[in-house]
Design a protein around this ligand. Structure first.
Ligand SMILES: C[S@@+](CC[C@H](N)C(=O)[O-])C[C@H]1O[C@@H](n2cnc3c(N)ncnc32)[C@H](O)[C@@H]1O
Length: 278
């Protein structure tokens, strides 16, 4: 989800990483794997991963692809079900991490991009792509590329966040608006969640299901992860002043101490099938 790697203090040297492919070589893979592990435990993510698996109905012997496979956990799930499971991941560090974690033979991890997949036309039975399209410059082209490799009758699920649904409390409304605006303008495709259905329909697929889940950040999230870094990024970009950033941080951390911090965000998932050839 977030592009943030490590919590920090205002004024301290802050390491702000990214899941954008342009940053894949220099970003710290261990830090990103840590963030992905944290996200993987969030109820909204668990709910949508389970929904996706149900919709994809993978069958042993089929070929399954996870585009933007991160640490590879969804690839291992396909492999455990007896599929040929392939993760496409542009970050060499995350591919190495996925191989290191996976029992031998549990999936393959290959270099590639969502808009340039290393597969023949109509060679994939099952394809998933989760929280990746928000990071790509041409999401519609990427979805067309996924549809190219899918065989007629093949199933696909896309999952992504829509960052405009973010609610953070407490915060000065004006400061929050500038902070969120700054985040949205720095993201490749922050409104990805709302676009998934149309991208699949416009690529000629038949929509078979759609759902959503609300990400609810725990109270600890006021001090770590996305929210705790958002004000730092906004201050660095000049969208808010350092004094406003400090006031925001103090407000959410003291709220968390009272159990009164709130951060929520909506994630969407859409499933589709490639129509069989008539
Ligand atoms: C937030 S992570 C999600 C990882 C994984 N799908 C999961 O559910 O845990 C986004 C992933 O997309 C990858 N990524 C970024 N740009 C990409 C692109 N253009 N094509 C394929 N993957 C990309 C990143 O390297 C990262 O592993």
């Amino acid at each position: 989800m977030s592009e943030i790697e490590a919590p920090g203090e205002l004024g301290a040297k802050v390491q702000i990483g990214s899941f954008k492919v342009a940053d894949a070589a220099r970003a710290d893979a261990a830090g990103r794997a840590f963030v992905l592990d944290q996200m993987a435990q969030r109820p909204a993510v668990l709910t949508l991963k389970a929904w996706a698996l149900e919709q994809l109905a993978p069958v042993a012997g089929e070929t399954a692809v996870d585009v933007g496979s991160g640490t590879g956990e969804d690839v291992v799930v396909f492999a455990d079900l007896g599929l040929r499971a392939i993760g496409v991941e542009p970050s060499a560090g995350l591919r190495e991490e996925a191989v290191r974690r996976g029992p031998a033979g549990k999936g393959e991890f290959v270099d590639g991009l969502a808009d340039k997949l290393p597969f023949d036309d109509e060679s994939v039975d099952v394809l998933r792509c989760e929280r990746v399209l928000q990071h790509v410059d041409d999401p519609a082209g990427s979805v067309r590329e996924m549809v190219r490799v899918l065989r007629p009758g093949g199933r696909i699920v896309l999952i992504d966040t829509d960052w405009q649904t973010a609610i953070i409390h407490p915060a000065d409304p004006d400061v929050l608006q500038r902070m969120v605006g700054s985040f949205l303008s720095q993201s490749a495709n922050p409104y990805s969640g709302r676009q998934l259905r149309g991208q699949l329909a416009e690529a000629g697929l038949e929509i078979t299901g759609e759902t959503a889940a609300t990400w609810l950040e725990p109270q600890a999230g006021a001090r770590q992860g996305f929210v705790s870094m958002m004000h730092l990024r906004a201050a660095q970009s000049g969208a808010i002043t350092e004094a406003e950033a400090t006031a925001f941080a103090n407000g959410i951390t003291s709220a968390a101490d009272r159990g009164a911090f709130h951060m929520s965000l909506t994630m969407y998932a859409v499933s589709a099938v490639k129509p069989p050839v008539a």
